[in-house]
Design a protein around this ligand. Structure first.
Ligand code: KMH
Ligand code: ZN
Length: 274
């Protein structure tokens, strides 16, 4: 089995600090939370950022400031910037952090209903985002919420916009998209090109059971407040690090070694930035 790559999606765009006080939103909170998650075993931090009012933003300068704050702590995790942003943002807004030449970026490969909203990722937007990642030398991770999104991702590959290795994140359980079932995870893992890296981000309570399944299936695991704020039924987690630490313990019990951030760079085909 490959080494297990754990991603911590520490913040996301949907939850507000007022509703969940442990959500890291300021630069200092993001930096501290990233360091703690990395120390516990997260190789990748999936990064969203907020403005001074705590609202999601794709402002390049805010990303730059957050990235610098994370690095100032000594955290060497792979930093994956979001290009999904929040529901309703335009392609131009969403692509801003790519111009900072981060190591890694999310690339959403299809539209879905997203709760009460619609998360739009039409073909021209996917192409624009993929082309800008190619231009700036940023490795994409395909965010897949439905089986059809795999085929959209492979269309980008055929167009020469994405090169191997291909990295897939299966986000299962968004209200309006593919259900968080074992069968669906199995299906998705079987329709991607062999040799691809893949992981699962289960929403809500499915973060744990789908993560455990992925450990057994040679997949990777994403945990964190973006997808789930509970540690167990009725009990909220106090940090992303707690959720990462549990995955590390499960992996050890199940005989999977956990990848360091440098090992993850090699596995995922990420160019190291100086
Ligand atoms: N906030 C969601 C609408 C990503 O980061 O690439 C989209 C999202 C995906 O979080
Ligand atoms: Zn995200």
């Amino acid at each position: 089995m490959r080494k297990l790559i754990i991603t911590a999606a520490i913040q996301g765009a949907e939850i507000l600090k007022g509703d969940f006080p442990y959500l890291p939103v300021t630069r200092a909170e993001v930096a501290n939370e990233s360091l703690r998650a990395w120390n516990e075993g997260a190789a990748v931090i999936h990064l969203h950022v907020r403005d001074d009012k705590g609202q999601p933003t794709q402002d390049k300068n805010v990303f730059q400031a957050n990235i610098e704050a994370v690095r100032a702590t000594g955290c060497q995790a792979v930093l994956q910037v979001t290009t999904g942003g929040a529901v309703g943002m335009t392609a131009e807004e969403r692509m801003q952090p790519v111009t900072l030449k981060p190591e890694y970026a999310s690339l959403n490969t299809g539209s879905i209903n997203f709760g009460d909203g619609v998360f739009l990722n039409p073909p021209d937007m996917m192409r624009k985002l993929a082309a800008s990642m190619k231009e700036y030398g940023v490795k994409p991770e395909f965010e897949v919420y439905e089986e059809g999104h795999v085929h959209n991702a492979l269309a980008l590959v055929r167009e020469g916009l994405v090169t191997p290795p291909y990295n897939f994140q299966f986000v299962l359980g968004v209200p309006g998209a593919m259900a968080p079932s074992f069968k669906n995870l199995l299906l998705l893992s079987e329709v991607i090109p062999s040799g691809s890296n893949w992981g699962v981000a289960g929403v809500g309570r499915h973060q744990l059971n789908l993560g455990a399944m992925s450990i057994l299936m040679d997949g990777n695991v994403r945990v964190g407040f973006e997808d789930n704020i509970y540690y167990s039924k009725g009990i909220k987690a106090k940090s992303n690090a707690e959720l990462v630490a549990r995955v590390v313990r499960l992996a050890r019990e199940l005989g999977r070694d956990v990848a360091s951030s440098d090992e993850a760079r090699t596995i995922l085909g990420i160019e190291t930035r100086t």
